[in-house]
Design a protein around this ligand. Structure first.
Ligand code: SAH
Length: 375
């Protein structure tokens, strides 16, 4: 069985180097090859002694647990990459073009999803498995390499932000998600600021607390979607376990840095949760919290039991929230034509799907300019 260096933490690489009787600085070189340069073959690690590369190979180690299977480009510049892992599992990651060559990357954290939200296409695929930390981070390395190839030396093309809003529930795979952020932030990795990262959750309360305690300084987004326990439990089974009261209490405890806000995602489903009474309840639920509400008009998929709201209703809903003094935005749809929008990703069986026999599964990807963790 292959052991992926990409799954090791810095301290584990140090132990590995130590166990091979090599000086400590080799561990740092190894880390940079794996997580910064993103090499796909041990032999590309040219400043490491051949003997070291050979010992690693003999011990079963390799680099690059994933590969790009397929790329689709939307008319709006958004790109969807199907990523295939060693066991054949496929997820999707989306590069949302935010203008000026800047991209926000939407990362998947699981193959499939176990949360069962009624409005989400990924939920219909069921849960297959967690991604390892190396598999999560490899989506970043592969996307960077893809952009670099496409941009042909144009350094303005770059990924500036990351959202764990792809396929799966990141907080149900918290340990690997946390580990995947180490090389994102490490100066020996990609050196991003934690302010550039958003983690979105359907509301796993104990894990929200655990994420807060991990002190990673990332931005939090909550998929709220309903304003009463009855309505939310009908849409999101997770609410039967962690109801609104517990969720709102966890949000009040979330360690917000000055000037920052929690993002509240609210999918608008026609006739289900888009009334002005819903808007009123939403505003009162959020009273006193530093939030930004992001309204997501429902993205349809085949056989979906919901419809998107009328545009006029979206505006009325938005105004009601705004009038309550809450900052609210409407997420623009991106990548709709390639099934890259929120809740649409995965293997679609309809006629417009050209993914053939691909096992592609998905990532959420509707974004509004500036809809990231920069604020
Ligand atoms: N599991 C995490 C990460 C997914 S983020 C979470 O629930 O937050 C993807 C966002 O898109 C979530 O807010 C999700 O509820 C929303 N979404 C899912 N299906 C959708 C659909 N069909 N239309 C619009 N938004 C959808």
């Amino acid at each position: 069985m292959t052991l992926w260096l990409n799954d090791l933490a810095a301290s584990e690489l140090e132990s590995l180097v130590h166990s091979l009787d090599l000086p400590r600085f080799r561990a740092r070189q190894l880390y940079q090859w794996v997580f910064q340069k993103g090499v796909r073959d041990l032999d590309e690690m040219t400043n490491l002694p051949k003997a070291l590369r050979q010992s690693l190979r003999e011990a079963g180690y390799a680099v690059g647990p994933a590969a790009i299977d397929r790329v689709e480009r939307s008319v709006d510049g958004t790109e969807k990459l199907a990523i295939r892992f060693a066991d054949g599992a496929v997820v999707e990651t989306v590069l949302l073009h935010m203008g000026g060559g800047k991209y926000t990357q939407c990362l998947s954290s699981q193959v499939g999803c176990a949360m069962g939200c009624a409005f989400c296409f990924t939920a219909t695929l069921g849960f297959q498995r967690n991604l390892s930390s190396g598999e999560i981070f490899d989506q970043v390395l592969l996307a960077r390499a893809h952009l670099a190839r496409e941009a042909a030396g144009d350094a303005s093309q770059r990924i500036t932000n990351f959202v764990y809003m792809g396929m799966g529930e990141p907080l149900a795979n918290l340990q690997n998600v946390l580990r995947s952020m180490d090389p994102l932030f490490s100066p020996d990795g990609l050196g991003y600021s934690s302010h550039r990262v958003t983690i979105s959750t359907c509301g796993l309360v104990p894990q929200i607390k655990a994420l807060a305690e991990a002190h990673r300084g990332v931005h939090l987004a909550i998929s709220l979607h309903a304003t009463t326990d009855e309505a939310r439990s009908a849409l999101m089974p997770v609410n039967r376990r962690y109801g609104l009261q517990a969720l709102m209490a966890a949000l009040r405890e979330w360690p917000l840095e000055p000037q920052r806000r929690i993002t509240i995602e609210y999918v608008l489903l026609r006739g289900v949760n888009d009334s002005l009474d819903d808007a009123k309840r939403l505003a009162s639920l959020l009273k006193g919290l530093q939030v930004r509400v992001n309204l997501l008009p429902f993205n349809a998929f085949q056989n979906a039991p919901f419809e998107p709201p009328e545009d006029a209703q979206v505006l009325k809903f938005q105004k009601k929230i705004e009038d309550a003094g809450i900052w609210v935005t409407v997420r623009t749809r991106r990548g709709d034509d390639i099934h890259a929008a929120c809740g649409q990703l995965g293997k679609h069986g309809d006629a417009s799907d050209d993914s053939g026999d691909d096992e592609a599964v998905g990532c959420a990807a509707d974004f509004l300019s500036g809809d990231s963790c920069e604020r």
